[in-house]
Design a protein around this ligand. Structure first.
Ligand code: KG4
Ligand code: ZN
Length: 358
C-alpha cells in the first residue's frame, strides 16, 4: 500500500509518500520559519498564503522523489484539523483535487492522531497497542491511552497553556528567538537549573491534568526582577534550565499518575510513548527516561524529525486506519469539511479544574 500524506495545519508545508511497511519512500518539508520570525510567532494569514504558494510544487517534488505516478497511489490523505484553518483548507483541498483527478480514496486525518501514531512509523520495530502516550505540541499537552487507530482515551490535558506554547512564550520573553522550543533547549545547556526557584504547577495533585501558565508567568516575574538592562547570557541560561527542569518534574509527576490508571486497564503493557514537537527536546527525553526506568516501562520516542510536524505521520495515520478497517470504511467523503476542534477522545470530560496554583 502506498499513501501520499499532506500536512499544512501550522507553519510547515509538508508532504510524504509512505508504504504499508512503514517505509518513508520520499518526503519534503518546507519550513516557514523565516516568514514568521519577524513577528516572533506564527501569523495565521502569512501561514495560509505560504501554504497556498508552495503546496503543489512540494507535492510534485515529493512524488518525483518517490518515482511514482499519482495513479500508483492507493490513497491521498491530508490533515483535516485541528489547526490553523487557512492552512488546513489548503491541504484538504489539494488532497481532494488529487483524489478527484486520479479517482483515489481521500482521507482526512486528525493532526493529533498523526502525532499519536508517529512512534509506530518504523520499518524496524513497531510499538504495540495499547500504550500510554504523552502528546506535547504547540497546541496540546495530553496523556492518552492509545488502544488502536481511532481508539483513544484521554487521561489528562492542560487546563491552560500547551507545553510548546509555554516554551515559545518563555523564549519570546527572554528575547532568544523563534521557534522557542529549540532556543530554550540550546540556552539551557550550560544553565544552572537550581539558581531560580520555579514552581511545579499541578505536581502532587490528584489526576493527570497539566498547567503551564503559572510557570511561564514565574519566568517573566524573575526576569523582570533582574537588574535593569538587557538580560545577561547566564541569566537566560539559568532561567531556561530552570524552566525545563520544572517542566520535566511536572511531566514526570503527571505521567506517574497516568501510568497507575493505565496499568489498571492494561496490566501487561509497558510502553510509554512520547510525541509532538516538544518530544524532540533531549533534556525532557532524558528526564522521562529516568522515570521510565523507575517504573520499569519502555520509553519510546520517534526521531526528532518525526516529532515535529511532517507529512509522513499523516500518511501513516491513514495507512493505520486503512489496515484497521479496510479502504472502503477508512475513506472520507469528498464533502468532508475541515474541523478546527476535533478531540481524539470526544467522550473525555473537561479538564479537572481551572485556576490551579503551583
Ligand atoms: O508538533 P509541533 O511541530 O506542531 C504543533 O502541532 O503544534 O510542535 C511545535 C511545538 C512548538 O511549540 C515548538 O517550540 C516545540 O514544539 N518544540 C520544542 C522543541 N522543538 C520544537 N520544544 C522544546 N524543545 C524542542 N527541542
Ligand atoms: Zn503538530
Amino acid at each position: 500500500m502506498i499513501v501520499l500524506g499532506i500536512e499544512t495545519s501550522c507553519d510547515e508545508t509538508a508532504a510524504a509518500v509512505v508504504n504499508g511497511d512503514g517505509v518513508i519512500i520520499a518526503e519534503t518539508i518546507l519550513s516557514q520559519l523565516d516568514d514568521h520570525r519577524p513577528y516572533g510567532g506564527v501569523v495565521p494569514e502569512v501561514a495560509a498564503r505560504a501554504h497556498l504558494e508552495h503546496v503543489d510544487v512540494l507535492v510534485s517534488k515529493t512524488m518525483a522523489k518517490a518515482r511514482i505516478n499519482f495513479h500508483e497511489l492507493d490513497a491521498v490523505a491530508a490533515t483535516g484539523g485541528p489547526g490553523l484553518i487557512g492552512g488546513v483548507i489548503v491541504g484538504i483541498m489539494t488532497a481532494k483535487a488529487i483524489a478527484t483527478a486520479c479517482n483515489l480514496p481521500f482521507l482526512a486525518i486528525n493532526h493529533m492522531e498523526g502525532h499519536a501514531l508517529s512512534a509506530r512509523l518504523s520499518k524496524v520495530s513497531r510499538v504495540a497497542f495499547p500504550y500510554l502516550l504523552l502528546l506535547m505540541s504547540g497546541g496540546h499537552c495530553q496523556l492518552l491511552n492509545v488502544r488502536g487507530s481511532g481508539r483513544y482515551k484521554r487521561l489528562g490535558t492542560t487546563i491552560d497553556d500547551a507545553l510548546g506554547e509555554a516554551f515559545d512564550k518563555t523564549a519570546k520573553m527572554l528575547g532568544i528567538g523563534y521557534p522557542g522550543g529549540p532556543a530554550v533547549e540550546a540556552a539551557a545547556k550550560n544553565g544552572n537549573a537550581a539558581r531560580f526557584a520555579l514552581p511545579r504547577p499541578m505536581k502532587g495533585r490528584p489526576g493527570c491534568d497539566f498547567s503551564f501558565s503559572g510557570l511561564k508567568t514565574a519566568v517573566r516575574h524573575i526576569a523582570l526582577g533582574l537588574p535593569e538592562g538587557p538580560l545577561l547570557k547566564t541569566d537566560i541560561s539559568d532561567l531556561c534550565a530552570g524552566f525545563q527542569a520544572a517542566a520535566g518534574d511536572v511531566l514526570a509527576d503527571r505521567i506517574n499518575h497516568a501510568l497507575d490508571i493505565f496499568f489498571t486497564d492494561h496490566p501487561d503493557s509497558n510502553s510509554l510513548v512520547l510525541a509532538g514537537g516538544v518530544a524532540a527536546n533531549q533534556f525532557l527525553r532524558k528526564r522521562l527516561k529516568i522515570l521510565a526506568n523507575q517504573r520499569s516501562v519502555d520509553l519510546i520516542a520517534p526521531p526528532a524529525s518525526l516529532c515535529t510536524d511532517n507529512g509522513a505521520m499523516i500518511a501513516w495515520a491513514a495507512i493505520e486506519r486503512i489496515q484497521d478497517v479496510g479502504i472502503e470504511n477508512a475513506r472520507d467523503n469528498l464533502n468532508f469539511k475541515p474541523r478546527p476542534r476535533w478531540p481524539l477522545d470526544p467522550d473525555a470530560p473537561k479538564a479537572a479544574f481551572a485556576g490551579a496554583k503551583a
